[in-house]
Structure formats: C-alpha cells, structure tokens
Design a protein. Structure first.
Length: 456
C-alpha cells in the first residue's frame, strides 16, 4: 500500500481513495445492452462474399447472432442504422510495436514514463482508424494492455510479447562495442534496460528469459532467429540461436499454453525455427519456395512487412549496411507473396512500422500496398480473420475471445464503412472519410451514423 497525506491507499485505488469499479460477470450479464445493427452488408472476416439481408445483434461485448433483416426493433436497447454501409470485423495488426513510435535513440534515452505516455496517446489514434487489436512484437507493453483492458486508456486490445529474446551479435544487440558482456562485468544493453529486448546465450538463459516474459504478462514469446534490417552486426542470412535454444523457448511457451513467434528473414533460419516448433514467422523477406511450402505443410502462420520493407529500402544512404539489407528485403517480397498464395499459407496483416508518427500513420497504407499481389477481399481477410487466428494461437494464454470475425460468440469489435472495402481496400486507408462506426468490446468509440434508442 502507499500513503497519501497520512491516509493508507490500497494499490490500484484512485487518488481520493476510491477504487475503480470492475463489474463481476453477474453484473455484466445484468447490465449488458442488446444492440441491433441494421441496414448493412456484412463482411464476416473469412469469406470474399458479402452477407446481405442480415442484421447483427450484439449483447454486451460479444456478437450474439445474425438475424434476418426487417424484424421488430423495439426490443433492443439500442438500434444503429448502418445506412447501407459495410460492416466488418475490427482490423488487426499482428506485428506492431506500441512503444516504438519515436526514433530508437529517443526511446532508448528517454524516461520509460515518457515513452509509455506517448504510446498511450498514440493508442487512441490506432483505434480511431479501425485497429481494434494489435499483437505487440516487442516492448514493455503489459502495463498499457492492462490499463486499456480496465478502461483507463482508449486503444486497441494488446497481445504483448514483452522483451524480444535474442543472442549476442543478434537482431537486438545494440551494446557499445567497447563494453564487456554483462557476464564479464559489463553493463546491460540499453535495449534490455528499457524492456525492449533480452540478450541470451544458451538454452538456460533462453528458458529463463521466456519464463520472465510470461511472468510479466506476455501472451506469446518472441525470439529473433535471423539477421535483421535495422541492426548493424547481423546480415539477413545469419542463423541466430541454435535449434536447442529455440526449443527451450518453445518449451517454456508451450508449458504455459502458448507459442513462439520468430523474427526471421532467411529460408535456413525459417526452417530451423519451424523444426524447433515455432508457430509464426515474421518478415520472411528472404524465404525460398521450399521454406514457404514447409510453412504450409506445418500450418505455420506468417506476416510480411511489405510497406516497411519498401520504405526502408530508400531510407538509408547508399553504403549503409541497413540500406543494402532493406533493398534485399524489398526485392524478394513479391516472390514471397506469390509463394504464399501458391501454397495457401495463412498470411496475417503485420506492419512493423517504426521510428516516427509519419511512418506509423501509414499503417493502413500497407493494406493498399498489398493490392500488387492480392485482391482487396484477400487483403481484408488477412487483416481480420487470418490475423484473428494468428493472435488466437496463444490458446490458454488468450486474454480475450475470438477475434477477426463476425459470428456468434466472437468479440464485439465492429466497424462500418460507407464504401465496400472488398471491392477496393483503399476505402480502409481513407478512414477519416469512409469509417463511420468503431465498436470495440461492445463499446461505441466513434459513430457518425444515426443512432436511435428503442422505446423502453
């Protein structure tokens, strides 16, 4: 407990000593409002064909059912007229970093409270553009998740990974090369100090780091198993972590009912990670056809940060090793997308946009970018149903219900656009003009449609 002016205040209390009220399941059942959404065409998150002639009923924070249109509306606590719009599940970014909106140097050298405050401010921006869920791929975000879940922050649901687990000379090794390793009396990597990464060598260290992330609230574990674009000491082809080290992380995760996602660009490390039991592969810019087929055979999910690869290829001056790696990543992205389509691999929308709000505001432009390889309907499925399946891989560790779909029992994360995003996904990118309704967890956060409360 803490003391405020001589008065004991329990942890979690408000400044005046009162405690936030979090209703019980019984109270929720009594208080839940039944909402009817009418006059919409429904994209259910998995089908390329719109559902027509159906209304959507929400009960509390769940989708209760779809019913034939034209029925009696007076029994509902709230009726929302969709005005002929297009109802979709909330959008999901399966590779986001909540605490990396600012340049890396600013993040590393600023108080963590400042970084968290910026992430809190940005969270509402994501929600207002229709992103109702993110899988955080590295960063100390469990606290932001909790504050969002408890209603103190307006923002998307968060599936935190906590610190990225990597090896020395790996993707998140940003130590000063003049310092000894921490095991030899050196200082910790700045990335470790802020909870963004954890450097590990050997199975026991990987096991300990994974368990510590789970203790902090991680819903899945992230390992870096190949070189990366923005890091300095690891070309993309590099294998990071042995198979036994990866298996240690997988074991720790599976013991908690969840899984390992891996940062991975190249085909060899991809195969090693899949053989060790990883369930999702991130980036995969240097994949070959055989590694993509292996992912399909094993049911492994993938994300491809298409727009990030394209932008990074031109972000650094010639001669900078990061520019060379970025160009390699972008040059192979088209072939990777073609192999994903050929073998039917589950591809989820994940952007990995970093370093500035200008970059982060391109989050939905990544969807439009994918029109080069997929239909608009396929991109919408990647951003809803597929991504919902990906975040749901955490199984027993899942803090939420089913996401990314419009079906009975799924979480009530619902959007309405005034134009059809399945015909052209650019509709989604222009969210300021086209996104008319945002509901997350059954609560309305934006509504520029007519809303009429039914008579008592």
């Amino acid at each position: 407990m803490c003391i405020e002016h001589g008065t004991p205040i329990q942890a979690g209390s408000m400044v005046d000593g009162s405690r936030p009220h979090h209703p019980s399941q019984q109270e929720l059942a009594v208080e839940a409002t039944e909402t009817l959404i009418t006059n919409v065409s429904v994209f259910n998150g998995t089908s390329k064909t719109l559902i027509t002639g159906q209304d959507v009923v929400l009960l509390g924070n769940k989708i209760a059912k779809l019913i034939p249109s034209g029925g009696d509306t007076t029994a509902y606590g709230q009726v929302i007229d969709g005005r002929g719009g297009y109802l979709t599940p909330g959008l999901i970014d399966a590779h986001w970093h909540c605490v990396l909106a600012l340049p890396a140097g600013v993040v590393i050298n600023s108080p963590t409270q400042y970084v968290a405050a910026v992430a809190t401010w940005e969270a509402e921006r994501l929600l207002m553009r229709g992103i109702t869920t993110v899988r955080d791929a590295g960063g100390n975000t469990a606290g932001l998740k909790r504050a969002t879940d408890e209603g103190y922050v307006k923002g998307p649901r968060i599936y935190p990974s906590q610190a990225v687990i990597a090896q020395y000379s790996g993707h998140v090794d940003f130590r000063n090369p003049n310092f000894l390793p921490k095991e030899w009396s050196g200082r910790a990597d700045p990335i470790e100090e802020i909870g963004l990464g954890m450097l590990c060598n050997g199975e026991q260290q990987v096991l300990a780091a994974a368990r510590n992330n789970l203790y902090q609230g991680a819903t899945q574990i992230k390992l870096a198993v190949s070189g990366g674009v923005i890091s300095f000491t690891d070309p993309l082809y590099v294998y990071e972590f042995t198979e036994n080290e990866i298996e240690a992380g997988v074991k720790a995760a599976s013991d908690y009912g969840t899984y390992v996602m891996v940062h991975c660009h190249s085909a060899g490390p991809m195969k090693r990670a899949m053989k060790a039991g990883a369930k999702t592969l991130e980036h995969i810019s240097q994949a070959d056809e055989d590694s993509i087929k292996m992912a399909a055979d094993l049911g492994v999910h993938v994300t491809v940060s298409a727009l990030t690869a394209k932008n990074i290829s031109g972000a650094y001056p010639k001669g900078d090793p990061r520019q060379v790696k970025g160009q390699l990543a972008w040059d192979n992205t088209g072939r990777v997308m073609e192999w994903i389509a050929k073998y039917g691999v589950t591809l989820s929308h994940g952007t990995d946009l970093l370093d500035s709000f200008e970059n982060r505001d391109l989050q939905l432009a990544d969807m439009t970018c994918r029109k080069e390889w997929f239909s608009s309907a396929e991109v919408m499925i990647q951003t809803t149903g597929n991504a919902g399946a990906t975040v749901g891989l955490c199984g027993q560790r899942n803090p939420y219900g089913k996401l990314g779909v419009i079906e009975e029992g799924a979480m009530a994360d619902v959007l309405i656009y005034d134009k059809n995003p399945l015909a052209d996904v650019a509709v989604v990118e222009d969210h300021e003009n086209n996104l008319k309704l945002v509901i997350k967890d059954g609560k309305v956060y934006k509504n520029t449609l007519a809303t009429v409360a039914s008579p008592a």
